[in-house]
Write a protein that binds this ligand. Sequence first.
Ligand SMILES: [Mn+2]
Length: 371
Amino acid sequence: MKLLHTADWQLGLRLNFVDKEVASRLRAQRYQSIREIARLAHGRAVDVVAVAGDVFDDNSVGPGALQQAADALEAFGEIPVILLPGNHDAATPDSALERLRPLVADTVIIPLQPESIELAGAEWLLCPLTTRHHRGDPTDWIAERDHDRLRIVVAHGGTQQFAAGVDDINFIRYEALLRKGIDYVALGDWHGTLEQDPRVWYAGAHEATRFREQDPGNVLIVELSGAGALPIVEKVPVASVRWRRETFEFQQDADVDRLAQRLDAIDQKSSTLVRLELGGSLSLEGRERLDALLEDAGQRLAYLRIRDAELHVSPTEEELATLQGEPGYLSRVVTGLQEIEDETQRSDALMLLYRYVQESLADQGRLDTHR
Ligand SMILES: [Mn+2]
């Protein structure tokens, strides 16, 4: 038996922090990647595709999103596809998956209640969430093994106790579950690919949804040779949108050029989101060049998030001399600014003054040429 395990497609994801036009392009990409998954499923001759919850990002998705999902699902043809309701698309009265059902073929299986079904010679134990926050273990209805066929669980929820007190919501006690005689547990909820146990895996989101995720963008091809045998699990990357985290430290102004080269080396910029963490220090002029560079990069990348709280400006002697000019009011201002203790505030204030002085010098130049 060969299974393609995927999860957390989060179709309809809004991506509110991204420019509107880009966000709609990235949303479309989530459907397009489903067609890639279907191509892989046919190429590897898988018997069943299981999507372990959060097919939709939200139950409130409209008819357009439902139709796009239905159209993408056509690509699986005769291969059975299980779409499990997760916490984002729980089988509540407003269930998006329930509304999807009339739009898709009979080969698409949408369990709205916990149930055991026979498919491709195996028993499938489907554990949909029927409420967003299920108090308890969504797999606890599963009985002990009483046959020699494969037993595969498809469920959505957490397996690690992150904080005391909240760990009983959608919480899967996988060790107890495995003791009931389970060959493979296909999980969703955690957006990175993660092996919890040789028989218990998170496939992760097929396309990332945020920068913090660890190793998203894959699906799993799972081979199960028979009841009791350990599964052979292969991770296959499918994402077409990249989310990159970069850090960069400035020691001198010339480093701005190094950063420019590094940003330029990113391929497929229009479908790459970058979170850039900056540190170190630059002169006022260096910071000005950096800002121009970042503005340009931000327009060419799908999205650029800048974290620069640890980047400070330290004016050169020349810059200070230019700012201070003749002894007088401005000179006293600059001296005052340099005494600001908070590094971020001092940097911001000096940059502001620097830009003001640059602009006023430029105006002066324009006036001079008109004379
Ligand atoms: Mn999810």
